[in-house]
Design a binder for this molecule. Structure first.
Ligand code: ADP
Ligand code: MG
Length: 711
C-alpha cells in the first residue's frame, strides 16, 4: 500500500467521507494512521451474562433473542430494546434515540455488547452499549481472540469526532488498513535506536496506539511517537546550531567605560537581572561567531534598556543595529524610548514602518526630522543611521545595511535565523541576534524548539512596583464593577477593556466553535459608550483599523483624551500607559495564561494601585483552575509552566509551527524524555554531522524547515 494515497482511494471512502475527513485534516492514508485516539474505553472485561454486576462496565457475547424499537409517549424518543442470551442467562440492552439499530441488529444475530450495567424500573440492563456483530461460531468465551474484535471486548479507541464521522467509522477503517497484509510502513527511526531504547517499531506502535492489547502498551506506543517527534526537533535544532557556530561575525569589543557612562545616565538603577543579562550579551557579542540569544523577562522587567546597552556598544564599535518590533505602535514606542535612553550619545536613529510618510530620523538631541523612505534607505546603506527601528518592513529586499552588527527582535518568536539571513544578504559576516520575549518559555520547550538559542533571564521586576490586584468577577457583580470603573475614571485614572474578537461570528460558526457569548469588541464599545458610560470618553482599538487610526487612538489614550479603551489583543505587547489602573478582560477563558499575564502587565506601571478584573462565561473546572492560577501567581514563568500543565503547550507561540500532534504534546512535559532525545540526537550528529547515513532523518528535518518557512 502506498501511504501517501489519497484517502478516498480506500474502499468505503466516498466523496462525502472524504470531505468530512478533510475537516479533521486527514487527506492521505498516512494522515489517517496518524490520527491518534484522544482517549480509550476499557471493554476488555468479557464475562458470562450470569456474572454481570450492577454499575460495572463489561462485555457479553450472545445471541439476540428479540429486538424492538418503540417511541415514548411523552418525549417522543425512540427506544430500542434487545434481549441478549448466552448459555448462562439473558440481559436487556437499551439504546436511546437510535431507531436504525433495529435494522442493523436482527433476531438470532450473534453479537458482542459492551457497556455499563444500570438499574431502572427494577431491572438491570446495559445502557446505550456499543455493539459488534460477529459471525464467529465459537460459543466459548475463552477461545475468542479479542484481536478479531474492533468495537467491543477490548480496550477501544475513542477519537475526536467530526460531524458525520464517528469513532466507530474511524475504528473500522483503521482496522482495515492496519490489518491489510501489505499495510506495513517502513521504519522511520534508526534500528539501532529502537533496539537500544527498547522502543516499539513503527507498525507495532501504530497497532497498539489504535487497538492496544493493554494500557501499558498504549504507554509504550505513545513513548515511541513522542520520542520520535522530540528526536527530530532536537536533531533539527542541534544541526542549526552547529551550522551557526561555523559562521563568522564581527567581534564587538566590550567597552566598559561607555557602558558605565550609559548606566550612570539612566534615571533608575538597573536590577541585578538586567545587569547580568546585559553582561552576558556583551560578553557574547565579543566573540567572532554570531550570538543567538533569547532575552526572557516578564512584562515590565525592563528589557528595552538591556537591548539599548547592547546596541550602544555595537554602534560605538562601528556597527549598526536593527531593532524589529511586532507592530507599528510598538516600533514607534521603541523609537521614542531608545531615543530617550541613548539621547546623550549623538546617534542617528531611524524609524521605518509600512507607510511612505512615516519615515523619520532622529538626529542629535530632540530633533526629529521626517525624511523620505528613499533617503532613509540610502543613509542606512551608507551606515549613517546607527539604529534602524521598524516593523517587518526591515526585512524587505530594499533595506540594506552598510555595517549591520546586531539584530534585536522584540516579541517575534517566528523570526530568527532565517530572518537574520535576510538582513545580511550577501555579507560574509553574520550579525549577532538578540531576541526578546516576555512570553515565558518552560524549560522543556526551551530545550527543544528554542534549543538553538542561548538564554538570558531577567527574573525580577524593578523595585517599588505595586502589586496588581487580580480578581475573577462573578456575573452578578458586573454592575458593581462598572461603578468601580466609573470612580476610577473620576479619580483621573484610565481603563483597558479587552475583548476576544472583533465581530460577532455567524450563527453556525458560533455554534461550532462553542463561543456562545463572544464579546465582540464593537458591540462592547457600543454598549459601554452609549449605555453604561455615556458621560465618559470611550475609544476602540482593533486589528482591522488602519495603522494610522490605531496610532491615533493609542496616542489619544496616552494623552488622556480617551478614558476607557475597548480593545482586542492588539494592546497585548509593550504599550506603556502608566496612568491606566484597570485591566478588565472579557471572555478571559479564551486567552492563554501567559497572554492574560501580558494584559495584566499593561497596568500597574505607575504609582497607583492597579487591578486586573477577569470576566468569564465559562463555568468549567479547567477555566476556574487556570484563572485561579493567575490570581495566586504573579510570576510569568510559573504561569507558563501551569498553562503547560493544564492546557498543553499548543498555546505557546512557536509550538504550532512544528506540527506536533496533540497526543505528543504530553511528551513536551516530560523533561526526562526531552533530555534523553537531546543526548541521542547529539550522538548521532557527532557520528554523522550531515546525516548522510540517515536519509529518512534528513527528510524529516527538512519538513521542519519547510514548516518554518510557511509561517
Ligand atoms: P519590558 O521588559 O516589558 O519591555 P520595558 O523595557 O518597556 O519593559 O520597561 C518597562 C518600564 O520600566 C519602562 O518605563 C522603563 O523605563 C522602566 N524601567 C526599566 N528598567 C528599570 C529599572 N531598573 N528601574 C525602574 N524602572 C525601570
Ligand atoms: Mg518591551
Amino acid at each position: 500500500m502506498d501511504f501517501s494515497t489519497p484517502i478516498e482511494n480506500i474502499p468505503r471512502v466516498g466523496p462525502v467521507m472524504r470531505k468530512r475527513l478533510r475537516t479533521l485534516g486527514i487527506k492521505t492514508v498516512l494522515d489517517l494512521l496518524f490520527y491518534f485516539p484522544s482517549r480509550y474505553e476499557d471493554f476488555s472485561n468479557l464475562i458470562p451474562i450470569s456474572d454481570v454486576k450492577i454499575n460495572e462496565v463489561c462485555t457479553v457475547q450472545g445471541r439476540i433473542l428479540e429486538i424492538k424499537t418503540t417511541r415514548t409517549w411523552k418525549r417522543k424518543m425512540f427506544i430500542t430494546e434487545a434481549i441478549i442470551e448466552d448459555k448462562t442467562g439473558a440481559i436487556k440492552s437499551t439504546w436511546f434515540g437510535q431507531p436504525y439499530l433495529s435494522k442493523i441488529l436482527k433476531k438470532d444475530d450473534p453479537v458482542f455488547i459492551s457497556g455499563k450495567v444500570v438499574v431502572g424500573n427494577n431491572e438491570a440492563y446495559l445502557s446505550n452499549p456499543i455493539y459488534e456483530k460477529t459471525y464467529s461460531q465459537a460459543d466459548d468465551i475463552e477461545t475468542i481472540n479479542s484481536n478479531k474484535l474492533t468495537h467491543t471486548g477490548r480496550i477501544i479507541p475513542i477519537y475526536s469526532e467530526a460531524k458525520g464521522l464517528s469513532s466507530r467509522w474511524l475504528r473500522s477503517n483503521l482496522k482495515f488498513i492496519l490489518a491489510s497484509s501489505n499495510g506495513k510502513l517502513p521504519e522511520t527511526l534508526p534500528e539501532k535506536i529502537i533496539a537500544e531504547q527498547k522502543l516499539l517499531d513503527i507498525n507495532r506502535a501504530l497497532w497498539e496506539i489504535h487497538f492496544p492489547s493493554s494500557f501499558e502498551k498504549v504507554g509504550k506506543a505513545k513513548e515511541r511517537f513522542s520520542f520520535e517527534e522530540l528526536f527530530y526537533i532536537e536533531l533539527f535544532v542541534l544541526r542549526e546550531r552547529a551550522k551557526l557556530n561555523k559562521e563568522k561575525a564581527h567581534s564587538i569589543p566590550f567597552n566598559l567605560d561607555l557602558i558605565k557612562e550609559l548606566v550612570s545616565l539612566l534615571p533608575f538603577r538597573l536590577t541585578d537581572g538586567q545587569r547580568k543579562s546585559a553582561y552576558q550579551i556583551l560578553k557574547d557579542i565579543e566573540k567572532s561567531r554570531p550570538m543567538n540569544r533569547l532575552l526572557q523577562g516578564d512584562v515590565g522587567s525592563g528589557k528595552t534598556v538591556v537591548a539599548a546597552i547592547a546596541a550602544l556598544n555595537a554602534i560605538k564599535a562601528g556597527r549598526q543595529a536593527a531593532f524589529m518590533a511586532p507592530t507599528e505602535i510598538l516600533a514607534k514606542q521603541h523609537f521614542q524610548e531608545i531615543a530617550k535612553l541613548l539621547g546623550n550619545f549623538n546617534l542617528n536613529i531611524g524609524l521605518l514602518t509600512g507607510k511612505q510618510d512615516q519615515f523619520r530620523s532622529k538626529k542629535l538631541k530632540n530633533d526629529i526630522v521626517e525624511i523620505s523612505r528613499k533617503k532613509l534607505l540610502e543613509k542606512t546603506l551608507k551606515a549613517e543611521i546607527d539604529i534602524l527601528i521598524g516593523t517587518h518592513a526591515l526585512i524587505q529586499d530594499k533595506v540594506k545595511f552598510g555595517k549591520l552588527g546586531l539584530v534585536i527582535l522584540d516579541e517575534q518568536h517566528r523570526f530568527g535565523v532565517e530572518q537574520r539571513a535576510k538582513l545580511v544578504r550577501g555579507s560574509k559576516l553574520i550579525p549577532h541576534l538578540l531576541s526578546m520575549t516576555a512570553t515565558p518559555i518552560p524549560r522543556t520547550l526551551a530545550l527543544t524548539i528554542y534549543g538553538d538559542l542561548d538564554l538570558s533571564l531577567i527574573d525580577e521586576l524593578p523595585k517599588g512596583r505595586k502589586k496588581i490586584i487580580t480578581e475573577v468577577v462573578e456575573p452578578e457583580d458586573r454592575t458593581k464593577t462598572y461603578g468601580f470603573i466609573k470612580r476610577e475614571v473620576e479619580n483621573g485614572r484610565q481603563i483597558f477593556v479587552i475583548c476576544p474578537r472583533i465581530e460577532k461570528p455567524d450563527a453556525e460558526k458560533e455554534y461550532l466553535s462553542g463561543w456562545s457569548e463572544a464579546k465582540a469588541v464593537k458591540e462592547e464599545y457600543e454598549k459601554l459608550s452609549k449605555t453604561i458610560f455615556p458621560a465618559l470618553k470611550v475609544g476602540i482599538l482593533h486589528g482591522k483599523m488602519t495603522s494610522k487610526e490605531k496610532e491615533k487612538t493609542m496616542l489619544d489614550f496616552k494623552n488622556k483624551k480617551i478614558q476607557i479603551l475597548v480593545s482586542t489583543s492588539v494592546v497585548e505587547v509593550g504599550i506603556d500607559v502608566p496612568n491606566a489602573t484597570v485591566m478588565m478582560i472579557e471572555g478571559a477563558e479564551r486567552f492563554g495564561l501567559a497572554q492574560l499575564h501580558q494584559f495584566r502587565g499593561r497596568v500597574g506601571r505607575g504609582e497607583y494601585q492597579s487591578y486586573c478584573l477577569l470576566f468569564t462565561d465559562s463555568s468549567s473546572q479547567k477555566t476556574k483552575q487556570r484563572l485561579k492560577a493567575l490570581i495566586t501567581c504573579e510570576n510569568g514563568f510559573q504561569l507558563a509552566e501551569k498553562d503547560l500543565e493544564i492546557r498543553g503547550p499548543g498555546d505557546f507561540s512557536g509550538t504550532r509551527q512544528w506540527g506536533i500532534p496533540d497526543l505528543m504534546m504530553d511528551s513536551l512535559k516530560d523533561i526526562r524524555l526531552v533530555e534523553k532525545t537531546r543526548e541521542i540526537a547529539k550522538e548521532i550528529l557527532i557520528e554523522d554531522p550531515y546525516l548522510k547515513k540517515y536519509p529518512i532523518l534528513q527528510a524529516k528535518i527538512s519538513r521542519f524547515r519547510e514548516s518554518i518557512h510557511m509561517e
